[in-house]
Design a protein around this ligand. Structure first.
Ligand code: DCP
Ligand code: MG
Length: 378
């Protein structure tokens, strides 16, 4: 049969790691709607339907044009009938009834609010909802609730943490992290990862990967303890959860698509003081006492330390996006019979680990064209 697909759509891969996705999303009116539906399915623990919408979102984000009619979606992967139905509604009426219904749903609203607290996952959100809670203030003032240390910090700094981290704030945190790390390991590489490495202007946290070519294993193991102790002394450490390494040299990459990695890491809340120049923005309205003006903001920071020979794998794994990472692993196993995770790449046919010094080498091992971080916003 003749191939009658328009040239722009016929080459779009089902794998996000074979697509270039910048931060310029031409289809936000659809992806915003699907993000609400995906979240709602996540809250209902309907993971398959959630993934269906996440994949559709990811495909729509890579299109270099705005979809204005359903014809534009012909030949696109992951755009099934359910997805098309909602797109049609949005095209015709400007909104979807299903999305409106979710937004008005009390359970959705409560889960959205509760899971926006650092340290609160689906289990806790569900518990609070069943107990009849609907607001954070009721949770804060309840004396009988047992909160984890993480949740207490999450509620305490809630207003700061819900306000996204800007690129400028991320840069200021970078200086803090570099300063502290270089005090103990002067040759360390400190790299910003996550959304900011992909060129995003805002994030919910700031992620860093740290490695050192010269450090002994012992020095590497003690680094995060030393860094966080220093911040504690300086009064900058608002919360710290240090996770010890469970990394083993010969462990096979994980089979699970969403598995956490085994590197030493810490989940932090840091006190970031505002620069003198932008202090005006933070002063109280005229008439109030200037000393009441808050001169700092609480910021979520993740630090990860990896052995130098695993740097490329850890960097690729922590740079995201989540959908890009999932599809890299799915592509590796299904198309290449290779297992990839944040630590290593293993060829199941040859039964060998494939080493890599750079992300480019990992893409090459997988037979993939290199995709820059700024094009991984899938
Ligand atoms: N990551 C992952 N799987 C997880 C957690 C993280 O693949 N379960 C990777 C992909 C993410 C990166 O780590 O891009 C950082 O995680 P974040 O949750 O910080 O995500 P982003 O930095 O991409 O976005 P945000 O702006 O929300 O921080
Ligand atoms: Mg992040």
């Amino acid at each position: 049969t003749l191939n009658i697909l328009p040239p722009t759509t016929k080459t779009i891969s089902q794998y996000a790691c074979q697509r270039r996705t910048t931060i310029n999303n031409h289809n936000q009116r659809f992806t915003d709607a699907f993000e609400i539906l995906a979240k709602n399915y996540e809250f209902k623990e309907n993971d398959d339907t959630c993934l269906t919408f996440m994949r559709a979102i990811s495909v729509l984000k890579c299109l270099p044009f705005e979809v204005v009619s359903l014809k534009d979606t012909e030949g696109l992967p992951w755009i099934g009938d359910e997805v098309k139905g909602i797109m049609e509604e949005i095209i015709e009426d400007g909104e979807s009834l299903e999305v409106q219904a979710v937004l008005n749903d009390e359970r959705y609203q409560s889960f959205k609010l509760f899971t926006s607290v650092f340290g609160v996952g689906l289990k806790t959100a569900d518990k609070w909802y069943r107990m009849g809670f609907r607001t954070l203030n009721k949770i804060r003032s309840d004396k009988t609730l047992k909160l984890t240390k993480m949740q207490k910090a999450g509620l305490c700094y809630y207003e700061d943490l819900i306000d996204c981290v800007s690129k400028a704030e991320a840069d200021a945190v970078s200086l803090l992290v570099q300063d502290a790390v270089w005090t103990f390991l002067p040759d360390a590489l400190v790299t910003i990862t996550g959304g900011f490495r992909r060129g995003k202007e805002f994030g919910h946290d700031v992620d860093f990967l740290i490695t050192s070519p010269g450090a002994e294993k012992e020095q590497e193991d003690q680094l995060l303890q030393k860094v966080t102790n220093l911040w504690k002394k300086q009064g900058l450490l608002l919360y710290c959860d240090l996770i010890e390494s469970t990394f083993e040299d010969l462990k096979l990459p994980s089979r699970k698509i969403d598995a956490l990695d085994h590197f030493q890491k810490c989940f932090l809340i840091l006190k970031l003081y505002h620069h003198k120049e932008d202090k005006r923005k933070w002063e109280m309205p005229t008439g109030s006492n200037e000393s009441e003006a808050k001169s700092w903001k609480a910021i979520r920071v993740d630090l990860v330390v990896c052995p130098y020979d695993r740097y490329a794998f850890a960097l690729l794994g922590w740079s995201g996006s989540r959908q890009f990472e999932r599809d890299l692993r799915r592509y590796a196993i299904h198309e290449k019979k290779m297992m990839l995770d944040n630590h290593a790449l293993y060829d199941k046919t040859k039964k060998i680990f494939l080493k890599a010094k750079s992300e480019e080498e990992i893409f090459a091992h997988l037979g993939l064209e290199y995709i820059q971080p700024s094009e991984r916003n899938a």
